[in-house]
Design a protein around this ligand. Structure first.
Ligand SMILES: [Zn+2]
Length: 211
């Protein structure tokens, strides 16, 4: 594998994109109006735009190991704030995937260094749902924890001051939890959509002046 291969691929891609649509790139320059923010895993097998078949300009993307939403993560917060306040996306999707290496690493409890700290929120979910998870076989346990992680991270998105402030000013933002299956390419809605403050646990609801 060489770097040259990437530049050759890029040249061929540009040719394909402009073959039937000479203005493809010119149009994109003036168009960043995505309606969706994808918060997904860095895993190379989970290519955001490809999975939902969206063109450049249609999907705003943030990815990290195990699609975590850590409320002190300035990178994630910056992406979320820009997406909600400036781009005015309608849908924020936390997208996990079955067989996630990050979730698997948390589950294994093997020491791996710095990443052990990053994975702590998943261990918290493991602790909260220990009796449920303990009763499952290994592969089902991993699948279930991948799903529980997505639901928890979707709630974390909704609990941010960014999303709650948007709701307070009447902006329509929905937060979804989705999971992707590597083995068949299918994306599943976990049915944990949050679209109003009362979808949050009371402890997380911010009280704004005037109501
Ligand atoms: Zn992953």
């Amino acid at each position: 594998m060489t770097m040259e291969r990437l530049f050759a691929n890029n040249k061929a891609w540009v040719s394909r994109k402009t073959a039937n649509d000479p203005d493809f790139f010119q149009r994109l320059v003036n168009l960043q109006k995505p309606e969706y923010l994808w918060i997904g895993c860095s895993d190379s097998r989970v290519p955001a735009n490809d999975i939902v078949d969206l063109a450049p300009g249609e999907l705003f993307v943030h990815r990290n190991v195990a699609n975590l939403v850590v409320p002190s993560d300035l990178n994630m917060l910056t992406v979320l704030q820009y997406a909600v306040d400036v781009l005015k996306v309608r849908h924020v999707m936390v997208v996990g995937h079955y067989g996630c290496g990050g979730v698997k690493a948390a589950l294994s409890r093997a020491e791996m260094g710095l990443i052990d700290n990053w994975l702590q929120p998943i261990k918290q979910i493991m602790a909260t749902h220990r009796s449920l998870l303990d009763g499952l076989d290994d592969s089902t346990r991993l699948d279930r924890l991948c799903e529980l992680n997505v639901v928890a991270q979707a709630r974390n998105v909704a609990a941010t001051s960014i999303v709650q402030t948007a709701w307070t000013r009447g902006q329509n933002v929905q937060v979804h939890g989705l999971i992707y299956a590597l083995n068949d390419g299918r994306l599943k809605d976990l049915g944990c959509t949050l679209s109003a403050p009362d979808h949050l646990e009371p402890a997380f609801r911010l009280i704004h002046d005037g109501g």
